[in-house]
Ligand binder design. Structure first.
Ligand code: FE2
Length: 379
């Protein structure tokens, strides 16, 4: 018995048969995983083989973002919409709403005394103050007023409402795990806020406004007489992290013999567990001191880096991206990254990372290069 699949066709006749088969595979919603672009000329296959990949990319606050925030505030009032956010789209992933594969950053300006109605969603978020002393977020009954450098949590499924309670415009950025939750087909939104069974436009405070600081601010000390379950589990119950404490801690350690790959890196953690504030993403402040250049690091985690103080640049696989206040730079996983502080002040970066998601699936890798050029495992 010969091979029943032995083919008698050769040359152009075989190519025509292949082309027909690929057309049928596509028409029936399948993908030929063996296909090589050299088999036959077939654009669809080439496109599928070159699927969307996030690119290292910088959005300049001064050139790209700031004036559009002001124009959006002129043209779109909060009477027209519940939110007015500019989401950063990675050009390698467009039109997906994603700045890296798992996360996006969005910027917004709130006019004086502008408060949006409460809502909740299955994506978790943080909000980070850039300008204005009185950004506002109410979250699960805690009213939080925050300024530049403060970070506020709105964990998945917590009711929250945003705005500005000051007399000047306030600008902040938020980072969400929305693209990850979207890929897991777990996105849900709820705008139907009620208090005592009655629809409400505003969330009434049930906790004192300094609750997070009062209960969790001491660090290393756990109050056994309060309920740490605040509407949802699995996220930090401390809903605001102040910049003042972070800045002081960085300053205290500025002469520390640090990690040469990351400079001074401080993680925001859940005070009850010491782990990341969310299961999906984590946040850091990173200080690169004046004159310092970090050694190259390559990790599978993707980062969204927002310079907060100082100036410098980063090299991503040798490609230079400037770091100026309030920019966002997307650093997808898998690239060699160095930070250079060539400015006259400390360079302070607010960093979001999908590290916890990768770690949960056993996919987190971190490698560094030594000054001699050797690759070392940093786990
Ligand atoms: Fe929200």
């Amino acid at each position: 018995m010969g091979n029943p699949h032995e083919l008698k066709l050769t040359g152009p006749a075989k190519e025509a048969a292949l082309r027909d088969m690929y057309a049928e595979i596509g028409a029936r919603n399948m993908f030929p995983f063996w296909a090589k672009s050299s088999d036959v000329e077939h654009d669809e296959i080439r496109q599928l083989m070159n699927g969307p990949k996030p690119l290292p990319f910088r959005w300049s606050y001064k050139d790209d973002i700031e004036s559009l925030l002001h124009r959006s505030a002129q043209l779109v009032t909060t009477g027209d919409t519940d939110r007015r956010s500019l989401i950063l789209i990675n050009p390698g992933l467009a039109p997906r709403r994603a700045s890296v594969s798992t996360l996006y950053t969005a910027y917004r300006l709130n006019d004086p005394n502008e408060i949006m109605p409460p809502h909740r969603h299955t994506a978790s978020a943080i909000r980070f103050g850039l300008t204005g002393a009185k950004n506002f977020t109410g979250v699960e009954g805690e009213d939080i007023t925050f300024g530049p450098g403060d970070m506020v949590l709105t964990p998945r499924d917590t009711w929250h409402n945003h705005g500005n309670v000051g007399d000047e415009p306030a600008i902040n950025l938020s980072v969400l795990d929305y693209p990850l939750v979207e890929n897991l087909n777990a996105l849900a939104f709820d705008h139907d806020y009620k208090e005592g069974g009655v629809a409400a436009k505003k969330q009434t405070a049930r906790f004192p406004s300094d609750y997070s600081a009062r209960v969790y601010g001491a660090g290393g000390l756990k109050l056994r007489f309060v309920d740490h379950f605040r509407g949802v589990g699995g996220s930090s119950p401390m809903y605001v992290y102040r910049y003042e404490a972070m800045r002081e801690l960085l300053e205290k350690h500025r002469d520390f013999a640090d990690n040469p790959h990351e400079g001074l890196l401080i993680e925001y953690v859940d005070p009850l567990t010491g782990g990341p504030v969310y299961r999906t993403m984590t946040f850091f402040m990173q200080m690169v001191r004046k004159g310092e250049t970090t050694l190259p690091i390559r990790q599978s985690a993707s980062l969204l880096v927002a310079p907060f103080e100082g100036r410098g640049h980063t090299l991503i696989d040798g490609q230079r991206f400037d770091l100026e206040p309030f920019d966002t730079v997307a650093i997808p996983g898998g690239h060699w990254v160095e930070y250079v502080n060539d400015g006259s002040d400390p360079l302070i970066l607010f960093v979001a990372s999908d590290e916890p998601a990768l770690a949960a699936f056993g996919l987190l890798t971190r490698y560094g290069r030594t000054a001699a050029g050797d690759v070392v495992d940093l786990r």
